[in-house]
Write a protein that binds this ligand. Structure first.
Ligand SMILES: CCCCCCCC/C=C\CCCC(=O)SCCNC(=O)CCNC(=O)[C@H](O)C(C)(C)COP(=O)(O)OP(=O)(O)OC[C@H]1O[C@@H](n2cnc3c(N)ncnc32)[C@H](O)[C@@H]1OP(=O)(O)O
Ligand SMILES: Cc1cc2nc3c(=O)[nH]c(=O)nc-3n(C[C@H](O)[C@H](O)[C@H](O)COP(=O)(O)OP(=O)(O)OC[C@H]3O[C@@H](n4cnc5c(N)ncnc54)[C@H](O)[C@@H]3O)c2cc1C
Length: 672
């Protein structure tokens, strides 16, 4: 398989690494893509994107002014959007518009973010999930064809987490058969929506619905905010961009204020509830939270997105570590490649394993999501709470872990990792936002904890639990698990840790209520433990899912691929067992000797994986144009690229900057 055809000679150290690799790289790539046919499809889509010169920037994105950067991003988004519409969707099928391949290939065009990302990412999914068939027929084709460009405006200046606290109102007027949208306070300004500031002409708005004098809580509305021809904001709309951010610099995250702005009745998204012409409110949803559906969808997709981002950072850091040499081990010996240091391997190999863990878990979560959607189509919403609990904790933990692993990759690249041209700061700042948006880490783990506390009480009452919490049935009465130093033993010990922590939360809440606290205060006082319990549950789910899915997916693989995939999964289990020794000591009979043995095995495993490290990141098959990294390109021309990038700095356009004559020279001459 030709991964990247390098234009230059490959760095000799990197070339040697590739000779050491003892498994079939293409086979692993096919596993990651979900099959050989999917690899072929991905490559076709990448070719379409990359054979188009429009993705190239003469001046690096980061060297442009805020306006230039946005304008360049819109230019590229239009080219990319056009390719998606005219060529790529033909390959994936239009029903797969949310295919991760389309999202990932977009990275060939943007180091930062496309201002159109939220259009396909949230606006279109909301139309699909929240419209009646008539509304779908009206809006969806226009959105997919990009005749209208949308954003998702839910968060306000005063509230993001607490959706029920949103202040924007949509008041129904039966005489005119219209809703009046209004922002009554400064805290009710819509705030943050990606693409809203300058790009979108429509948006989905979450607002408190009032009809016949009564508030019925938050509902979704589709709102045209700009004239389609002139792009001017419509009267009654104040819209703009919220200002520079840590990342997302070209996403024109926006603010929006309504001044008694009128929209037709038909613009309420009415799949789950409607307002009749006369103002009567009718709810058809069988579950109170179906309007939160787009958030669940994005939380599910983010797990795979995290796998992708970790694989990018790992590829950069591991290739760089094969090229970089530092510090004599013994006098007069050549400096070793930094990849030879076990401490470096400890920072990096877990990233490869985590990318696989998240990829396999995300496929499993996606299938669970599809099954729940199928249930809901039949009118059964019983499986939704488990999906909500699962998607909440997996979103929280995968984004948080991804962030810390990506930071480790940057540390692993020393000073050069701090350069924007390494791309690690872009990847980091993108992932930093994911820990917050679509539900903050703590908040989502507390949602999972709610579900776990109920499940634990049901287990106590002898009820049979659903699959992801069924371990509570088996472990509810277990005090301390007998430590068993096998892979299954480690997974079981994580289930016992989770069960023990959940049980301890239930006890704390009960003790507190028994001593006179009301339930809300008892819950609040226990939230630090509840977050820990939900994280422990999530770790148990991740370890179990990764291990079982890895075994399934490699059943027909060659012996060498089976071996290396198995080694990665074992590394993942051991890494987390060693990270959580305190919990293991508390909830199992593990001894110091067992832990010392685990540590020794872990260190041996790092050494066993070492010859395959470059092969494993090559298997992610990330083309240079998608990696955008001076440190991580396939040919390993690290130093040459760093110099080439330095020359692109606008400060190097002339030998002497005018500030010398204006300020520095007068200072030197005492004439300032
Ligand atoms: C195509 C791929 C693209 C990938 C990349 C995309 C990049 C996109 C870039 C940026 C996007 C950023 C977009 C955004 O951030 S949009 C804004 C997102 N905002 C949030 O996520 C807010 C988080 N807050 C909440 O979700 C909720 O407020 C809450 C924390 C869950 C609380 O809600 P509420 O107060 O209404 O509910 P309660 O706590 O009282 O719970 C009541 C019961 O409802 C259950 N519940 C809550 N939510 C859900 C749900 N979504 N589904 C099912 N059930 C839900 C909850 O568990 C309670 O159940 P119980 O049985 O215990 O009563
Ligand atoms: C880059 C980016 C893009 C975004 N894009 C969009 C978009 O397109 N559309 C959109 O509508 N929104 C968007 N958002 C907004 C985002 O969804 C919210 O910022 C997010 O949901 C967190 O809400 P918040 O900002 O209100 O944080 P807050 O809720 O104010 O959180 C602040 C702190 O309080 C804690 N906290 C809050 N509530 C609780 C609680 N109940 N218990 C314990 N601790 C709590 C949190 O853990 C956190 O530490 C975006 C945000 C970012 C950063």
């Amino acid at each position: 398989m030709k991964i990247n055809k390098p234009k230059h000679d490959v760095n000799p150290d990197l070339a040697k690494e590739r000779l050491k690799c003892n498994f079939n790289i293409e086979e692993v790539t096919n596993i990651i893509d979900g099959g050989k046919d999917k690899t072929v499809q991905r490559k076709k889509i990448e070719d379409i994107a990359l054979n188009n010169g429009a993705s190239l920037d003469e001046v690096p994105e980061e060297c442009l002014s805020i306006k230039e950067r946005y304008e360049n991003a819109v230019r590229k988004s239009c080219v990319y959007g056009n390719l998606v519409r005219n060529e790529m969707l033909e390959i994936t099928g239009i029903e797969n518009f949310e295919s991760p391949v389309l999202r990932r290939t977009a990275d060939a065009f943007f180091k930062d973010i496309s201002p159109f990302m939220l259009h396909l990412g949230m606006f279109v999914p909301t139309l699909i999930g929240q419209c009646t068939p008539e509304q779908t027929a009206e809006w969806l084709p226009k959105a997919l064809d990009m005749q209208i460009i949308g954003a998702y405006a839910q968060t306000e200046l005063g509230h993001g987490t607490f959706i029920r606290g949103l202040e924007t109102t949509a008041t129904y007027n039966p005489e005119k058969e219209e809703f009046v949208l209004h922002s009554p306070t400064i805290t009710s300004y819509k705030w943050w929506a990606g693409g809203l500031g300058k790009t979108a002409n429509h948006c989905v708005v979450m607002a408190q619905l009032y009809t016949q004098g009564k508030c019925h809580g938050t509902h979704l509305f589709i709102v045209k905010i700009r004239d389609l021809d002139t792009h001017m904001p419509l009267p009654g709309i104040t819209v703009g961009e919220i200002g520079p951010r840590m990342g997302f610099s070209s996403a024109d995250n926006g603010f929006l204020r309504f001044d008694h702005f009128r929209i037709p009745r038909e613009n309420m998204l009415m799949k789950h509830a409607k307002v009749e012409k006369d103002g009567v409110y009718v709810k058809s949803a069988k579950h109170g939270k179906l309007t939160y559906g787009t958030m669940v969808f994005i939380r599910v997709t983010l797990v795979s997105e995290m796998s992708f981002n970790i694989s990018k950072a790992a590829t950069i850091a591991i290739r760089y570590s094969a090229v970089r040499r530092q510090t004599e081990l013994r006098p007069n010996e050549p400096e070793p490649q930094i990849l030879d240091y076990p401490t470096q391997q400890h920072k990096l190999f877990i990233c490869i394993a985590t990318a696989h863990a998240f990829q396999l878990t995300s496929c499993w979560l996606w299938n669970t999501f599809q099954a729940v959607l199928a249930d809901m189509k039949k009118g059964n919403v019983d499986t939704l709470p488990e999906l909500h609990a699962l998607s909440s904790c997996l979103k929280a933990v995968s984004t948080s872990d991804a962030l810390s692993h990506i930071e480790q990759c940057r540390f692993a690249c020393g000073g050069h990792g701090y350069m924007l041209s390494s791309n690690l700061p872009f990847i980091y700042s993108f992932v930093a936002a994911t820990r917050t948006y679509e539900g903050d880490y703590t908040v989502l783990l507390l949602q999972t904890a709610r579900f776990l506390v109920k499940a634990s009480e049901q287990a106590e009452a002898g009820k049979k639990l659903t699959q992801t919490v069924s371990y509570l049935n088996r472990t509810a009465n277990a005090d301390r698990l007998n430590w068993d130093n096998t892979h299954e033993g480690i997974i079981k010990s994580f289930q016992v840790i989770a069960a023990g922590k959940i049980g301890q939360c239930v006890k704390s809440i009960r003790d507190r209520t028994a001593s006179g606290m009301d339930y809300e205060d008892a819950w609040l006082m226990t939230t630090v433990q509840l977050v820990g319990a939900a994280e422990a549950h999530c770790r148990a789910v991740l370890l179990n899912t990764y291990w079982s899915e890895m075994r399934k997916i490699t059943e027909a693989s060659s012996a060498d691929v089976k071996k290396v995939m198995h080694q990665l999964a074992v590394l993942y289990l051991m890494y987390w067992a060693l990270e959580k020794t305190g919990d293991l000591l508390k909830y199992s009979s593990v001894s110091k000797k067992d832990l010392d043995e685990l540590q020794r095995r872990y260190e041996e495993l790092l050494a066993e994986l070492r010859p395959n490290a470059v092969g494993l990141v090559d298997a992610f098959d990330l083309r240079d144009e998608i990696l955008h990294s001076s440190l991580g390109s396939y040919d390993g021309r690290v130093y040459e690229r760093l110099i080439e990038e330095a020359h692109k700095s606008p400060l190097n356009d002339e030998p002497v900057n005018q500030s010398f004559h204006k300020y520095t020279k007068p200072l030197m001459l005492g004439k300032l």
